[in-house]
Unconditional design. Structure first.
Length: 169
């Protein structure tokens, strides 16, 4: 072996050590970021692109609504409470957990305070009271849902803003 080859081998070993210390770690971070970006995009598609967040921003639960409008919220509650939907970044994951808790509160409130008035429409006001005046308890139930919906939308907006900064800056 010549002196030149020995120098090249030593340089190669030093480069490999540097890659182990920095380069491989960066590759790992890139993979983590790619996973989290994919998960973020999946969540946005489910909650925003589906229109459920816009619906919840605009809906007054004193009125009736199509069950299909809240279906993405229900899917989020059912399908996103597992390790497969956890973010690797612990800060983003904490925000996802907060969002999921808020979604569960909202889904439970809707389930407990509304009923179907036909095959696809739900309302806080029961079917047998549709033609009469709105009782006070119905108004209170609707206001409870409106408040929890506002909280969910606020948590969603916080999550999106936070995750975009963490993932894309």
């Amino acid at each position: 072996m010549t002196h030149e080859n020995t120098v090249d081998i030593k340089k190669g070993i030093e480069q490999l050590k540097a890659d182990v210390r920095t380069g491989f770690q960066d590759i790992g971070q890139g993979e983590k970021n790619r996973f989290d970006v994919g998960l973020y995009n999946e969540l946005i598609e489910l909650l925003s692109d589906s229109g459920v967040v816009k619906f919840l921003k605009e809906q007054d639960f004193n009125g009736s609504f199509l069950h299909d409008y809240i279906e993405p919220l229900i899917k989020f509650v059912i399908l996103w409470d597992n390790p497969e939907h956890e973010f690797i970044d612990p800060d983003i994951e904490q925000k996802r957990v907060e969002l999921l808790k808020s979604a569960k509160r909202l889904a439970n409130k809707i389930a407990n305070k509304t009923s179907y008035i036909n095959a696809s429409v739900q309302s806080v006001k029961p079917r047998h009271l549709l033609s009469g005046p709105m009782p006070d308890w119905v108004k209170r139930d609707a206001e409870e849902i409106n408040q929890v919906a506002d909280d969910f939308v606020e948590k969603y907006d916080e999550f999106v803003r936070f995750a975009k900064i963490k993932l894309y800056s």
